[in-house]
Ligand binder design. Structure first.
Ligand code: GDP
Length: 157
C-alpha cells in the first residue's frame, strides 16, 4: 500500500542530498578594486542560484566571530583588519554539489597556487587579500549563511 509513497520519499531524499548551499563573500579587496560585478558574473555563469545577497561593512567583533576558527593562527589579527577595511558582499548560493563546485570555481587560497581561470587567479592579490570566501563543508555553509542572513531572507522554492 505504501510502496509508491516510499518510492517518492527516497527520490526526494536523493534530490535533497545533491543540492547544497554555500556562503560566498566578495571580500573588501575585490569590492574596493571594482571586481564585484565580474566575480558575480563568474558565479552566476557557473550556474549557482543566488538565494540572497547584501553589502556589509563588518565590525571587528563580527569579523572575529566569523573567523573564530582561525583565532590562534598568526595571521588572525591581520585577517580581521583586512575583512573590516571596507565593505564586503556576502551571498547565499545553491547548486548541486555547491561546496566543491564553488571551491573549484574560486581556486586555491593562495592565488599563486590557484588554477588558471579561477576567481582567485584572476582577481586575488595574495594569500590573505584573496578576493573571495567559500564555505568548506555543508555544515559550515549552513552556519555561515545563518551568520549573514535570516531564513526569511533566502529565496524560497
Ligand atoms: P579558504 O577556505 O581558502 O578561504 O582558506 P582558510 O579557511 O584556510 O583561511 C581563511 C582566510 O584566511 C583565507 O581566505 C585568507 O584570507 C586568510 N589566510 C589563510 N591563510 C593565510 C596565511 O597563511 N596568511 C595570511 N595572511 N592570511 C591567510
Amino acid at each position: 500500500m505504501n510502496n509508491s509513497k516510499l518510492g517518492n520519499t527516497s527520490n526526494v531524499k536523493e534530490y535533497d542530498m545533491a543540492i547544497e548551499r554555500t556562503l560566498a563573500i566578495i571580500k573588501p579587496d575585490a569590492v574596493e578594486q571594482g571586481y564585484a560585478g565580474k566575480i558575480l558574473d563568474d558565479i552566476l555563469g557557473a550556474g549557482f542560484k543566488l538565494l540572497a545577497i547584501r553589502q556589509v561593512h563588518l565590525t571587528q567583533a563580527e569579523a572575529e566571530a566569523f573567523y573564530s576558527v582561525h583565532r590562534e593562527r598568526p595571521f588572525f589579527s591581520s585577517l580581521v583588519r583586512f575583512m573590516t577595511s571596507g565593505p564586503c558582499i556576502p551571498m547565499a548560493l545553491e547548486k548541486e554539489d555547491a561546496i566543491a563546485g564553488y571551491r573549484a570555481l574560486i581556486g586555491a587560497t593562495d592565488p599563486a597556487e590557484a588554477a588558471d581561470g579561477t576567481v582567485r587567479k584572476k582577481f586575488a592579490q595574495n594569500k590573505e587579500r584573496n578576493a573571495v570566501h567559500g564555505s568548506d563543508s555543508v555544515e559550515n555553509g549552513q552556519a555561515e549563511i545563518g551568520f549573514f542572513f535570516t531564513a526569511k531572507e533566502l529565496l524560497q522554492g
